[in-house]
Design a protein around this ligand. Structure first.
Ligand SMILES: Cc1cc2nc3c(=O)[nH]c(=O)nc-3n(C[C@H](O)[C@H](O)[C@H](O)COP(=O)(O)O)c2cc1C
Length: 509
């Protein structure tokens, strides 16, 4: 069951000796009482109220002036995991209203002061919605302050490993829940899913845990060249004959392959869904999320994390205001999050060797020197030793994907899991399956098409989709996108929780 976090606040009602309650309208905000922030350690709510009213309104009050008016609790606005417990106090001044106004006026930002009769104030009902709204910005500010030091601790994770988002099946709600049960943050992968499917997955996870994140493909169109697309579609026609389900279905025995299809993976609808019902953390890959969407998600209460693959991307993401970075190296399995896929174009690689790229530790130390944001490292991790090295290089956590592909809770295709046991294989970076560079185990498909596949995501992804589905149905690993990072030989079966705990090897946050 999800655990609610308690935020204690103190609310102060100022009333005059005639029993009238003070309404103070500060510029831009409306408040008829002063909500205190979370008490400092060792401070009680009454002290918080006094401190806040001194700092906010400029009034020096004495503890004996506070009259307790009881407590209430309410869910915080947009923060289903947080409950606001409010301690109400009233202060009655000996002075009549006008004297009190004079005391308050020097506080220059106060634009308007009004009085309402005390009887009109029903504290619990009136204060609950107001405070639950007012707590949200405070909570955000508090989170972003803490985010500069730690992301995972705030999220309630205990292990310095994160279960990576893996679209296309492997990341199931069960995998994310299993990670949470081990104390590790796990991500749902929104890519290729409809907003409705994503909402269902989020709901399934929320029923079990509040420790999870959601990953989105950020809009970063790489439109396909029409001619190259057609030529690639023709090359694939032969390949399609391999599968009974795809061959000989057309009138003239030709296999139909789709027209180029471009889309943005329903970005706006997914962001809206997450703003309306924010998960604790949202991560983006493939491109920089638009700044207004980053802000919108943060204002809704989610932390935001951007995948970067170079120092330049890290600087741009820092500038855009995200709360943390996933530093992903070329060793990672699956798609690279690069914002410059054209630099990976396989036609330009001598002997299919991708452009020289720093390994994870080197990339992480370069990014560490360029930004103060919390960093999580991703790419090729398969052992606890590697996790330790990464943490020593300045990462807060290791993000692992491939090593979970054979875990009990993953939804990886059986043929893919089987291929991961065939230790003679190697990995290659290829655009053959999707038009975006991705690291996969070498198979017949990558051997045949890596050199000629065009760039163009998601058009090439949709083009090869029926072929990959047919390969999966036939249990044929030679036609599947066998995403795998360089640490793939460490992928083993078993409970994901155990794999994540072993990788943490007694390290905790
Ligand atoms: C099967 C698979 C699917 C992936 N899908 C996504 C995805 O949807 N979104 C994303 O940000 N990263 C995705 N990745 C990359 C991972 O998030 C992570 O960066 C990578 O797995 C780390 O490297 P490793 O696989 O060597 O551990 C995927 C990786 C794999 C192996």
């Amino acid at each position: 069951m999800s655990e609610s976090k308690i935020i204690r606040v103190a609310a102060l009602v100022l009333s005059d000796s005639e029993g009238r309650v003070l309404t103070v309208r500060k510029q831009g905000t409306s408040r008829f009482m002063q909500p205190g922030g979370k008490p400092e350690p060792g401070e009680n709510p009454a002290e918080t109220a006094l401190r806040e009213v001194r700092e906010e309104v400029g009034l020096q009050l004495q503890p004996e002036q506070l009259i307790p008016m009881g407590e209430f609790s309410a869910p915080a606005a947009n923060e289903p995991d947080h409950t606001v417990v409010c301690h109400n106090f009233r202060v009655t001044f000996d002075a009549v209203a006008d004297d009190l106004l004079d005391q308050l006026r020097p506080a220059a930002e106060i634009a308007e002061i009004r009085w309402i009769p005390l009887e009109q104030l029903k504290p619990a009902e009136d204060v609950a919605p107001l405070l639950s709204e007012q707590v949200a910005p405070w909570l955000r500010a508090e989170r972003s302050r803490a985010a500069r030091q730690q992301l995972l601790e705030q999220l309630g994770a205990q292990l310095p490993v994160v279960a990576a988002p893996m679209a296309g099946g492997p990341s199931t709600p069960e995998l994310v829940i299993a990670a949470a049960q081990a104390g590790a943050l796990g991500f749902l992968a929104a890519g290729y899913r409809s907003p409705e499917q994503l909402a269902q997955q989020i709901q399934a996870v929320r029923q079990q845990t509040s420790l999870f994140g959601v990953n989105l493909f950020a809009p970063h169109p790489v439109p396909v060249d029409r001619e190259k697309f057609t030529s690639y579609a023709e090359q694939l026609t032969d390949w399609a004959q391999r599968y009974e389900s795809l061959s000989g279905t057309d009138e003239d025995d030709q296999v139909k392959l789709p027209e180029p299809r471009e889309d943005d993976d329903a970005w706006a609808a997914k962001v809206q869904l997450l703003v309306e019902n924010p998960p604790p953390v949202v991560s983006f890959t493939f491109g920089l999320a638009p700044a207004q969407d980053i802000r919108g998600l943060q204002q809704a209460g989610a932390l935001t994390v951007q995948t970067v693959t170079s120092v330049d991307e890290a600087l741009a993401a820092t500038e855009a205001g995200v709360d943390g970075l996933i530093v992903q190296s070329h060793e990672a399995g699956g798609h690279s999050g690069t914002w410059s896929p054209q630099e990976w174009s396989p036609q330009d690689w001598p002997a299919r060797i991708p452009p020289a790229q720093p390994g994870l530790l080197q990339l992480l130390s370069q990014v560490r020197a360029a930004t103060d944001l919390p960093l999580w490292g991703a790419g090729g991790i398969g052992t606890a030793e590697q996790v330790k090295d990464l943490l020593h290089t300045g990462a807060e956590a290791a993000v692992v994907g491939t090593v979970l592909l054979r875990s009990d809770e993953s939804g990886t295709q059986p043929a893919h899991q089987q291929a991961l046991t065939q230790l003679h294989r190697e990995t290659v970076v290829t655009t053959a399956f999707s038009g975006r560079p991705a690291r996969a185990l070498v198979n017949d498909f990558t051997e045949r098409f890596t050199a000629s596949a065009p760039l163009g995501f998601p058009a090439v992804h949709y083009l090869t989709s029926p072929l990959r589905q047919a390969a999966a149905a036939a249990g044929d690993p030679e036609g599947l996108n066998l995403w795998a990072g360089t640490g793939w030989r460490h992928a083993r079966p078993g409970p994901a929780a155990e794999i994540l705990r072993d990788l943490s090897d007694q390290l905790s946050l």
